[in-house]
Design a protein around this ligand. Structure first.
Ligand SMILES: *Cc1c(COP(=O)(O)O)cnc(C)c1O
Ligand code: SF4
Length: 411
């Protein structure tokens, strides 16, 4: 395509700048481009909760400090929010089964007065967790059944899930792997990681490794560098993805050193787990920016949760913010049948309503796949509103997002 500059002081100057390697272009290409202010303005800082107003910035911005100062007891939680009687009881009764841990950063996003705050619902225990329905399952996705070696789930022909830790900075109350996550006795030992790597090495049909847990970013940079390096040395491995919620719960973890380490292992995909627009703060935006600037491809996996995001308006806002942070909405998961999360489940109708409200109404980039991870290990099955009205011989009658009908004639 040839460009004919019309205004010598406009396009032409632009072209000249592009042709030469100016200092500004070099800087832009090598990092440190600052997004424009009106985009940044949409990502307000997460702020500081009550107990931490006087913590020096260098501590607050240090992920190790955030890890060390996680809220894990009722006494600490009481300093952050006005606990309800129900939350107090739920903490006492659930603690032994599934620990509570909340980073000061994430705890600061909670509304201290509103028990229905979406951040609070995701991180503070509720009585619903104690309820186990007859239809609930301990391992609904049969991840253990499809385990050829401990730490690897090999269900699909060409890709595996690889669990490398059982720790997370925040324990999400809706976690599907409650049976293992936060349980020190099931922590992936060094030996298990070696066995997993050996399995991947021995199976040339595997081209894609989903690195999961727990949260893989709970490991040190050195340890991750080692695991990624081992995977990159395997000729049949084309891509891997890091599945991490640190961007949401501990964005300080995304340090310059960490992204510098990742750059060595490209192509690297990072899939994260934002569930609500409130989670897209200045800090989270900055974590996404670093990863995207380092060349990682970012995706988001949202879980549909009652009271948190079961509303098309909220999902649309979330997805628009994700796109500004260069994160592509990838999946919306129907809440699965794990034990103790029934209070989060919505109808499948709700998920379809959300997809219906997005498709056509907003950028296709903001429309993720809505899937049910089938109980019993069937894998992810896409759910779509129906756009086919009827078929008449070679004619397919379709309807669009405005419910107008159109006929497509097949050859
Ligand atoms: C989700 C999942 C994957 C990855 O699935 P994609 O649809 O490729 O994102 C791979 N293995 C298992 C067991 C999974 O649950
Ligand atoms: S970060 Fe993921 S694995 Fe960890 S508790 Fe949350 S949902 Fe579970």
């Amino acid at each position: 395509m040839s460009v004919t500059p019309t205004k010598p002081d406009g396009d032409l100057v632009q072209l000249e700048i592009r042709g030469r390697s100016t200092e500004a272009n070099r800087r832009a290409a090598s990092g440190d481009p600052r997004p424009v202010q009106h985009i940044l303005d949409r990502f307000p800082s997460g702020g500081r909760g009550r107990p931490w107003v006087d913590v020096p910035d260098e501590d607050w911005n240090d992920w190790r400090w955030q890890q060390r100062n996680r809220v894990t007891t009722l006494e600490e939680l009481e300093k952050v929010i006005d606990l309800t009687e129900e939350e107090r009881n739920a903490f006492e009764e659930s603690h032994a089964r599934f620990h509570m841990a909340i980073t000061p950063y994430y705890a600061s996003l909670m509304d201290p007065e509103d028990p229905n705050c979406p951040i609070r619902l995701q991180s503070v225990p509720k009585m619903g967790e104690l309820l186990v329905l007859p239809t609930d399952l301990e391992d609904p996705l049969a991840e253990e059944r499809d385990m050829p070696v401990p730490g690897i789930t090999h269900r699909y022909p060409d890709r595996v899930l690889f669990y490398i830790t059982h720790n997370c900075p925040v324990y999400c109350r809706h976690c599907t792997r409650k049976r293992k996550v936060s349980d020190p006795s099931s922590a992936a030992a060094k030996k298990q990681i070696e066995d997993g790597l050996a399995y991947i090495e021995a199976h040339p049909e595997i081209r894609d490794v989903v690195i999961s847990g727990g949260d893989p970013l709970s490991l040190s940079d050195e340890r991750l560098d080692y695991i990624l390096g081992r995977l990159r040395a395997i000729p049949h491995i084309e891509i891997f993805r890091l599945g991490t919620r640190n961007l949401v719960t501990l964005p300080q973890r995304i340090t310059d050193d960490f992204v510098y380490m990742l750059r060595k292992h490209h192509p690297v995909y990072v899939n994260t787990h934002f569930n609500h627009p409130k989670e897209l703060t200045e800090e989270a935006f900055e974590a996404c920016r670093k990863l995207a600037d380092a060349g990682c491809v970012l995706g988001n996996q949202m879980v549909l949760l009652k009271g948190v995001n079961d509303d098309p308006k909220i999902v649309k806002e979330l997805n628009h913010k994700l796109l500004m942070a260069r994160v592509r909405p990838y999946y919306i998961y129907q809440c699965d049948l794990s034990q103790g999360i029934s209070h989060f489940r919505t109808s499948v109708e709700k998920g379809l309503e959300i997809i219906e409200a997005l498709r056509g109404h907003t950028s296709g980039l903001a429309v993720p796949h809505y899937v049910i991870d089938a109980p019993g290990g069937g894998g992810k099955i896409p759910m779509l509103p129906s756009y086919v009205v009827r078929r008449d011989g070679k004619q397919i009658v379709l309807r669009n997002y405005q419910f107008k009908e159109f006929v497509y004639e097949e050859p």
